[in-house]
Design a protein around this ligand. Structure first.
Ligand SMILES: NC(=O)c1ccc[n+]([C@@H]2O[C@H](COP(=O)([O-])OP(=O)(O)OC[C@H]3O[C@@H](n4cnc5c(N)ncnc54)[C@H](O)[C@@H]3O)[C@@H](O)[C@H]2O)c1
Length: 421
């Protein structure tokens, strides 16, 4: 927002994160973000605080971007942070203000928050709410924020729409499409998009299981399907499945909310989508065990990747780490290497061993698992890695390594849903 020319005050209640941000450093890995933070903290156009009083005094327009994780007691979303932030801010609103919700929330949340705000704000109904879901992709966060592919505005008044159109004027002038709608549709536009993407991934992973049983090749098949413009090739990559802080919890929260609304039958396929995704992980552990002659005890397993996706150090619900953890539980010695995520992975899985490079992790390994598709893994020299390992056996959980090149260097390489070599 500072890069777009706005004066920005960020409210962050976590002391360590706020200290990093105030020093111009992102508290997580996101390409290009540190440079922008350093620039705009330097110019003073961007500052951070933990004070909602200061925020209320500062802003005409507020964005709500706090987390909505899965509840500890069920499939639904935990809205504690959202409600806390709205209540803390509302109490400070003494002049007309627009609060714009970006967090991913169950449908119906915005309407309840709008009422709560009007109750608590000293300025009353002049404290308005809009819902403007966030579609950025981790790893492309800067690019997606500066050049969004669509802007969805859930609004209750023309004034709110005008404030948002002014705020997004550059993107709109640059051709970004705008959908103006009500709160409920805006909230659903986000969860429905994530449900669709998750379904696409689980669809191709289910097809990969059929390919394995039938001796077909899921990559050729996805290429063939992807040429159909109605389908498209994106998100048709069979592999260890989806993870991260969004898709898994968003489909579960959607399923839960559908139940509350009495339409659980309509959304019951999302349970299958989730099950297929979890099964992929378990099957990968099984395939790894088979490649180790059915016995994990005492085996040395190298895992390339810990982040849930490349370009990020986010390990929330990461398939790579879950698989690494299961192999360790089964008795293997597991050595993980990730270009960015070792520090976040260590917090969640402190008992795994972490290496400083791909080759170091591979040294003496009986099996390598490729689980997060960082570019640097594609560029490895199969002969050089081959000289480091005990056995040249590689399981490509992302189907992106150059299989003929690895096989030519003497490797046994298995993919997901791939034609047997
Ligand atoms: N991560 C993504 O790629 C992405 C993309 C689109 C939408 N979303 C949605 O955006 C929301 C945030 O996601 P995230 O991944 O950034 O979550 P996160 O948990 O990583 O970050 C949330 C931040 O909010 C802070 N916070 C919590 N309560 C607060 C409060 N009362 N006041 C001020 N700060 C507070 C936390 O300390 C934390 O730094 C979620 O609803 C998520 O579903 C995320």
């Amino acid at each position: 927002m500072a890069e777009l020319g706005h004066e920005v005050l960020g409210v962050e209640i976590d002391d360590a994160k706020r200290a990093a941000l105030s020093a111009g450093r992102a508290p997580f890995h996101e390409p290009g973000l540190d440079a922008l933070l350093a620039t705009h903290v330097g110019t003073g156009r961007l500052r951070f605080t933990d004070s909602f009083a200061e925020a209320g005094d500062f802003g005409d327009l507020h964005f709500l971007c706090v987390g909505t994780p899965q509840s500890a007691v069920g499939l639904g979303a935990d809205l504690t942070a959202v409600v806390d932030a709205v209540e803390s801010l509302a109490a400070q609103l003494t002049r007309p203000t627009l609060l714009v919700g970006k967090s991913t929330v169950p449908v119906g949340t915005a309407a309840r928050l709008a009422e709560r705000m009007a109750e608590l704000a000293p300025v009353g109904a002049a404290a308005e709410l809009a819902w403007n879901p966030e579609f950025l992709r981790e790893g492309f966060g800067v690019e997606d924020t500066l050049h969004p592919d669509r802007i969805v505005m859930g609004v209750a008044s023309e004034r709110s729409e005008q404030v948002l159109r002014t705020f997004y004027a550059d993107a709109i002038a640059g051709g970004t499409p705008v959908v103006v709608t009500d709160f409920a549709t805006a909230e659903l536009a986000k969860v429905a998009a994530n449900a669709f993407l998750a379904t696409k991934i689980s669809f191709i992973n289910a097809i990969a299981e059929v390919c394995e049983a039938a001796g077909a090749d899921v990559v050729d098949l996805a290429d063939a399907m992807g040429h159909d413009r109605r389908i498209g090739r994106a998100f048709l990559n069979a592999g260890v499945g989806f993870g991260g802080g969004c898709l898994p919890k968003d489909i579960r929260a959607f399923l839960h909310r559908a139940g509350e609304l009495g339409v659980d039958d309509a959304m019951s396929f999302l349970k299958q989508v989730d099950d297929i995704n979890q099964r992929r992980r378990a099957q990968l552990v099984q395939t790894a065990t088979e490649l180790l002659d059915g016995n994990l005890v005492g085996k040395r397993v190298c895992v390339w990747g810990a982040a849930f996706k490349p370009g990020s150090d986010d390990v929330r619900d990461s398939p790579a780490l879950w698989i690494a953890g299961q192999l360790q539980l089964g008795g293997a010695k597991v050595i993980v290497y990730d270009p960015q995520a070792a520090h976040t992975a260590r917090q969640v899985y402190p008992t795994l061993e972490y290496a400083g490079s791909s080759i170091e992790a591979a040294r003496g390994a009986d099996l390598i698992l490729h689980l997060t598709e960082w570019q640097e893994f594609r560029e490895l020299d199969p002969a050089e890695v081959g000289a480091a390992v005990a056995r040249r056996v590689l399981l490509d959980g992302r189907n992106v390594l150059d299989a003929p090149a690895w096989r030519a260097a003497g490797w046994t390489l298995r993919g997901i849903g791939r034609r047997p070599a």
